[in-house]
Design a protein around this ligand. Structure first.
Ligand SMILES: Nc1ncnc2c1ncn2[C@@H]1O[C@H](COP(=O)(O)OP(=O)(O)OP(=O)(O)O)[C@@H](O)[C@H]1O
Ligand SMILES: Cc1ncc(CO)c(N)n1
Length: 275
């Protein structure tokens, strides 16, 4: 029997289940990878916004990391919401100790609702300490603008950003996500050799809460299973696309995506969906 593959997410929570750790674990499950999680911050949030945040004490984050690594060493590690410099430095030590385990960095800075999830003072540490360790980094356009300190308005700008993040800052690869760039939902993948445009249909839905987490978690699950990098990213794009194609119609604000949408591919949209 093949050994079960596992993936660890190090991120914040969403009690309504659409984003953060919850989106990651649901995605891992759908991709048939055993999901584990270390909580950095407990976030009182829902589809309408963020109401409050409690950061875990750094020593307790370390206890959680120890609990995992003393027992089940993950086959891939993803980070999402990591707010402070101390948290980043702690997590970097665990990642550096295991260079053969692929690390997926989703540089979460702001929630879909516009609420800040990372301290501004952490930006330079993210760039200098976490970025060079990443097998894949998955910024959306506003995050990529911060990573490269310049405006992104076109696909060519996205390609330039991907190049700067990989060739300039030392990540193995980058996917600059186009969900925030006008009508197009083309993402740009670059691995230091190949520049690949990942295009997909744009779905007219406001059920986009947790889209970025879901996309990066799908990449993580694939890398845990040993899927080749470009293929992992392409599969993740299809996975998140299906999660948007079959909205669940719940939530008063930007509703959650449908993590089992991929299983419904080829079927008509569910009755009552608001596509
Ligand atoms: N309306 C849409 N229809 C189809 N695909 C979309 C849509 N919006 C985003 N995507 C895709 O979803 C993925 C996540 O992109 P996006 O730019 O929204 O990430 P994000 O801003 O990090 O997400 P979040 O809203 O969770 O912060 C990308 O592959 C993007 O192309
Ligand atoms: C905990 C958490 N991580 C990431 C996001 C971004 O979608 C969010 N809203 N909440």
């Amino acid at each position: 029997m093949n050994q079960i593959k596992s993936a660890l997410t190090i991120a914040g929570t969403d009690p309504t289940g659409g984003a953060g750790i919850h989106a990651d674990l649901k995605t891992f499950q759908e991709r048939e990878v055993f999901g584990m999680s270390v909580i950095t911050s407990a976030v009182a949030q829902n589809t309408m916004g963020v109401q409050a945040v409690e950061h875990m004490p750094i020593a307790f984050i370390e206890e959680q990391l120890k609990s995992v690594f003393d027992d089940i060493v993950p086959d891939a590690i993803k980070t999402g919401m990591v707010s402070s410099v101390d948290m980043m430095q702690l997590i970097a030590t665990y990642i550096k100790d295991r260079p053969s385990v692929p690390y997926i960095l989703d540089p979460v800075m702001v929630a879909t609702s516009g609420d800040a999830l990372m301290e501004e003072a952490s930006r330079e540490v993210l760039k200098d300490e976490l970025l060079p360790l990443a097998k894949v980094v998955t910024p959306n356009v506003p995050e990529a603008e911060i990573l490269i300190n310049s405006k992104i308005e076109t696909i060519d700008d996205m390609k330039r950003a991907a190049r700067l993040i990989v060739d300039g800052k030392g990540a193995t690869s980058a996917v600059v996500k186009g969900g925030h760039l006008g009508e197009d939902v083309t993402d740009v993948f670059y691995d230091g050799h190949e520049m690949v445009l990942l295009s997909g249909e744009r779905y007219e839905t406001n059920h986009t809460h947790g889209t970025g987490c879901t996309f990066a978690a799908a990449i993580t699950a694939e890398l845990a299973k040993g899927t080749e990098l470009k293929q992992a990213v392409e599969l993740a794009k299809e996975f998140v696309s299906a999660a948007l194609q079959y909205p669940l119609g719940i939530g008063k604000g930007n509703g959650p995506t449908n993590h089992w949408g991929y299983r419904l591919k080829g079927l008509p949209n569910q009755k009552g969906s608001d596509m």
